[in-house]
Design a protein around this ligand. Structure first.
Ligand code: PMP
Length: 425
């Protein structure tokens, strides 16, 4: 069946490291080969072998409206005919900036970049530039892209492949990255006691999505806010996943916490390469050309990406987030029941339109508890679900994504597949 995917993967491996342009796609974490996608529409993707799957990856988050949404596709089509890059400002950059600022309470000004990695890297540079300090607090198992400073105990592909640290990252860089367990305010307070005067910022995924889905416990985000305020450090919310997903105003709106800086990506580009960072105007005005902190990009504010982003946010603003969340909560609860009935330990974490199945019997609140999940069970679950037409993240350290395009029949298909598989502890 997978004939053409296999053939392409063999060719790709000779040409592209691991045959993929981003490590998790290689499916090494689940002992599988990648599927090569021919096209995708709504909640489904179709491979080059002609097989169709219900897609619970959704490009790792950007496609909250589903693939090839007609309004987004038509915005991109009409933008193409107006030219694909100018290297000079255009109106759509202003319109998308207005939409982002309007949605996110803590964002007064925003700068567009081309990926989440660029967004977090630039936000950290700004935090270091304005505070005159070098250290950053990051949480074990959180992923903030692949900039040097963030590749210490990172989540996502770094966790999937069990890479402890990355060759090529100078030790001096990582020495300035201080680590704490997620949800552990005491550990963060200790870091401030030891290094308070040197800490430029805390960066946090306000809901963690890269060690599997892990929710902040009550008081955690507020505690981070208070520690930053007390010690003159900046709080950076990395909302690359949560922005426009946990609700239209992001985690900052949902939890009522005001970070100093916010990083964005994925959804705001509607499936085109976009990232952004924003925050308080007095901070953002320190960026070149109004300030001295340098950051730039040939393709930043790209007209196609801006058009896709505007169309996506316009549609999302009219979408019923609560209804989707209720459907996903019911799905997660039923999935938990179905899998538990097979006699395996299982915890399904969920919020908004995301969920993760952890094969463990303990609550998952940080990376240590996420790692108690049985990897062999996840692999077995992944493979059998894929055989039944359900495309899930090829790693236990990722979140499943549901889009507004997923129908009740799509959700039922996932549950039916889960009922039909065999798992044994
Ligand atoms: N931050 C978070 C929270 C992410 O999930 C990711 C990517 N999964 C990034 C940053 C990096 O974004 P990108 O892959 O676009 O560089």
């Amino acid at each position: 069946m997978d004939h053409r995917s296999k053939e392409l993967f063999e060719r790709a491996q000779q040409l592209i490291p691991g045959g993929v342009n981003s490590p998790v796609r290689a499916c090494l974490g689940v002992d599988s080969d990648p599927l090569f996608v021919a096209h995708a529409k709504g909640s489904h993707l179709t491979t080059v072998d002609g097989e169709t799957f219900v897609d619970y990856v959704q490009s790792w988050g950007p496609m909250l409206l589903g693939h090839a949404h007609p309004v987004v596709a038509s915005a991109i089509h009409s933008a193409v005919d107006r030219g694909t890059s100018y290297g000079a400002p255009c109106e759509d950059e202003v319109i998308l900036a207005e939409a982002v600022i309007d949605a996110l309470p803590a964002v007064d000004m925003v700068r567009m970049v081309n990926s989440g990695t660029e967004a977090t890297m630039s936000a950290l540079r700004l935090a270091r530039g304005v505070t005159g300090r070098n250290k950053v607090v990051k949480f074990v198992g959180c992923y903030h892209g692949h900039a040097d400073a963030f590749l210490a105990s990172a989540g996502s592909g770094v966790a999937t492949l069990s890479i402890p640290g990355t060759p090529g990252v100078p030790e001096a860089t990582v020495r300035d990255t201080l680590l704490a367990p997620y949800n552990d305010l005491t550990a963060v307070a200790e870091l401030f006691t030891l290094h308070g005067k040197d800490i430029a910022a805390i960066i946090v995924e306000p809901v963690a999505g890269n060690m599997g889905l892990v929710l902040p416990v009550d008081g955690f985000l507020q505690g981070l806010r208070d520690l930053c305020t007390e010690h003159g450090a900046l709080l950076i919310f990395d909302e690359v996943i949560t922005g426009f997903r946990v609700n239209y105003g992001g985690a900052q709106k949902r939890f009522g916490i005001t970070p100093d800086l916010t990083t964005l990506g994925k959804i705001i580009g509607g499936g085109l390469p976009v990232g952004a960072y924003g925050g308080r105007a007095d901070l953002m005005r320190r960026i070149a050309p109004c300030g001295e902190v340098y950051q730039a990009g040939t393709l930043s504010g790209n007209p196609l990406a801006m058009a896709a982003g505007i169309a996506t946010l316009t549609e999302l603003k009219k979408s019923d987030y609560d209804a989707l969340e209720a459907r996903v909560a019911a799905l997660a609860a039923e999935l938990q029941t179905i899998l538990a009935a097979k006699g395996v330990p299982v915890r399904v974490n969920t919020i908004a339109s995301m969920f993760t199945v952890f094969f463990t019997d303990q609550p998952v609140t940080d990376f240590a508890s996420a790692k108690t999940a049985n990897a062999a069970l996840y692999t077995s679950y992944y493979k059998q679900m894929r055989d039944k037409g359900i495309y899930l993240a090829p790693s236990p350290f990722e979140a499943a994504m549901v889009s507004f395009a997923h129908t009740d029949a799509d959700l039922a298909a996932l549950l039916d597949a889960a009922r039909a598989i065999t798992l044994s502890a």
